[in-house]
Design a protein around this ligand. Structure first.
Ligand code: GLV
Ligand code: MN
Length: 197
């Protein structure tokens, strides 16, 4: 979904201060083999959190060689029973490959239809750009998924955190009306997202 590159590569200069969902290039003659290399997703992060999952990001902010190339990856590690909560990527479609474990994954279309599948190691699922999707580790055991994006910085918006943990907050009366429940139910859910970003 990103624009086509204007040159072979554009190794990010993180000090450039440019904000175009990426970075200005360092001089091409200064490029090194190491600029085209990253070990960012060789290990997963801690899954000791309320979701029981962790996404390790390998976008252009952590892998300068991806800058302007329109591709990036994440690694998602799951405890048994862990979820990657419903979320969207505003700037990319995603293809996710299960390396270990068994995941129940789903996407929701603009017609509010759920398309879902149980994936085993070696299998993949595609999440079209902008559509809500989620993953759940049904177990047994841990699960790991490697996902790729057609954007160097796809962005991620988690539905629960957006609605119940934004700063400043969405007024409770609006959420109560939207969810068709009393305000105290909304306040209760909000209390669960106070420390989440
Ligand atoms: C998985 O869906 C991810 O976006 O990292
Ligand atoms: Mn995703």
């Amino acid at each position: 979904a990103d624009p086509d590159p204007l040159q072979d590569f554009c190794i990010a200069d993180p000090k450039s201060g440019i904000t175009v969902n990426g970075f200005a290039c360092k001089a091409a003659r200064a490029a090194r083999s190491s600029d085209f290399f990253s070990s960012a997703i060789s290990k997963g992060g801690s899954t000791d959190n309320p979701n029981g999952s962790n996404a390790t990001v390998m976008d252009a902010t952590v892998f300068p060689g991806l800058n302007t190339l329109g591709v990036s990856m994440n690694r998602v590690d799951f405890e048994e029973g862990g979820i990657n909560p419903p979320h969207v990527h505003p700037r990319a479609s995603e293809v996710g490959y299960v390396a270990e474990g068994i995941l129940y994954v789903g996407i929701l279309s603009t017609e509010n239809k759920l398309y879902s599948k149980i994936l085993r190691a070696g299998e993949s699922f595609v999440m079209p750009r902008g559509l809500l999707h989620f993953q759940y580790n049904m177990g047994p055991g841990k699960a790991t998924q490697f996902v790729s994006f057609n954007s160097q910085k796809p962005g991620i918006v988690f539905a629960p955190q957006s609605l119940f943990g934004s700063k400043p907050e969405i007024p409770t009366e609006i959420l109560a009306k939207a969810f068709r429940v009393d305000a105290d139910i909304i306040e209760y859910i909000k209390s669960k997202f106070q420390d989440d970003c």
